[in-house]
Design a protein around this ligand. Structure first.
Ligand code: CTP
Length: 419
């Protein structure tokens, strides 16, 4: 029997051909996949391709004469564990956000009770339009999961955000969501509840946890800056998990692309200097410091006061100076009993570099991840990490960032009781 049943919705963009690869990877992962396409999607990929691969009728129009099921949008929508849209155009996102049900795929969205995951792909201007961003925010608010588009060269030959995330990452995130949903259902089943306590008690209720989150932005001039791909997802997941376990949580956030969790105090510190100043202000009461921010290691030595003009310059050299290492500074000046946790995003010799960071910065725990692995690193909802302490090394499989957050906090609790 298949592990999961996935409804794959394909809407009409050039990236529709990548949905074929997503289908293959889902099948390899043991999923039974049914496909629904919008009319425009069929201009890019013929339904026959999906029909041959799934050995099922591909629904475009439920009133079509060749449709074997007269109430397909209900039967399709009620018999899936996940509705995954790859690619999602601005138009299908707008329809979902506004409850428009004028074709099979949009009717399916309204009729399903399964979780929905959307992987958008479109031209940068269309993605950045306030209307699209409003619709995306609305859907996130409605509980829809997004695999955010990434920056890169687009089909229209422009470079910007709007490119479909790598198909491997989309499938990794879909599988992580399916696994998390199954786990959640098991935990809410009556037998599980009757069997004992909630998965985590309020085991952090005596802790004041300070977490840095997101990427910093270092000004070149009033309109330009140096930054990185950090979304803030990992740090916010740790903040949310810690608050759920009773901790008093403060987050110092740089630039983030996801919303901050509720029940958590958020202070903004956009540059490394601002982030450091905000952290120093909060340190007195802090019992656990977690450095999850991607702090720029260097910033322009002299940011220009006015916009730098390109006229007369064929090349440009920026002089950079080191930023404060917030994590190392916090660790150096820590008071008794304070635990300090860092992250190490690496591309090779992951655990080796994590251990040397632990020694150099004087840390209690390092969460090491290989950002070259599919499903790990920036902008994904999942991660693959090894939690390194002075006495242990715990290699974890692919899991949602929220699940990893609890694993990290389990280690914090363990360290607290072992000191
Ligand atoms: N960090 C920090 N302040 C900085 C740089 C990093 O607080 N200026 C923290 C990050 O939040 C993370 C950890 O240090 O928890 C690891 O950061 P990373 O940049 O990966 O390590 P570096 O020590 O800067 O080493 P390198 O970039 O050479 O790998």
């Amino acid at each position: 029997m298949a592990n999961f049943r996935v409804g794959l919705g394909v809407s009409g963009g050039i990236a529709a051909y990548k949905a074929v690869e997503v289908l293959r990877l889902l099948q390899k992962a043991g999923c039974e996949v049914s496909v629904a396409m919008t009319r425009h999607a069929t201009e890019f990929v013929h339904p026959l391709t999906f029909k041959a691969l799934t050995e099922r009728h591909v629904i475009v129009d439920d009133y079509a004469a060749d449709n074997p099921d007269p109430i397909a949008h209900i039967n399709f929508s009620q018999n899936i564990d996940l509705l995954l849209i790859v690619p999602a155009t601005a138009n299908i996102i707008a329809k979902f956000a506004n409850g428009v049900a004028d074709d099979f795929l949009s009717s399916t969205y309204l009729a399903t009770t399964a979780p929905v995951m959307i992987a958008p792909a479109m031209n940068t201007t269309m993605w950045e339009q306030p209307a699209t961003q409003r619709n995306v925010a609305q859907l996130k608010n409605d509980g829809v999961h997004f695999v955010e588009p990434v920056a890169g060269e687009l089909a229209c030959k422009t470079v910007g955000t709007g490119k479909l995330e790598d198909v491997e990452n989309i499938v990794a995130q879909a599988m992580a969501l399916l696994a998390a949903e199954t786990q959640g259902r098991r935990e809410s089943e009556p037998s599980a509840v009757a069997g004992g306590s909630a998965p985590h008690s309020l085991d952090l209720k005596n802790e004041h946890i300070l977490i840095t989150v997101g990427g910093t932005r270092e000004a070149i001039d009033p309109v330009r800056f140096i930054s990185n791909h950090s979304s803030g997802k990992m740090g916010f997941a740790v903040a949310e998990a810690a608050a759920a376990r009773g901790a008093n949580v403060t987050v110092v956030a740089g630039a983030t692309t996801v919303e901050s969790p509720r029940n958590v105090r958020v202070i903004r510190g956009i540059t490394a200097d601002e982030m450091f100043a905000a952290v120093k202000n909060e340190l007195a009461n802090t019992t656990v410091f977690i450095g999850a921010a991607a702090v720029a290691d260097y910033a322009p030595a002299n940011a220009a006061d006015a916009k730098i003009k390109k006229e007369g310059r064929d090349t440009m050299t920026l002089e950079l100076k080191k930023t404060p290492d917030i994590l190392a500074e916090v660790s150096r000046s820590r008071h008794d009993g304070m635990l300090v946790v860092g992250f190490a995003a690496e591309t090779n010799d992951v655990v080796g570099y994590a251990r040397s960071k632990m020694e150099k910065k004087g840390l209690d725990l390092v969460i090491a991840n290989d950002i070259t692995k599919a499903g790990a690193g920036f902008n994904t909802d999942t991660n693959i990490a090894t939690i390194v302490s002075h006495t242990s090394e715990t290699e974890l499989p692919l899991m949602s960032k929220r699940e990893l957050a609890d694993k990290i906090l389990d280690e914090v609790v363990r360290l607290r009781h072992s000191t």
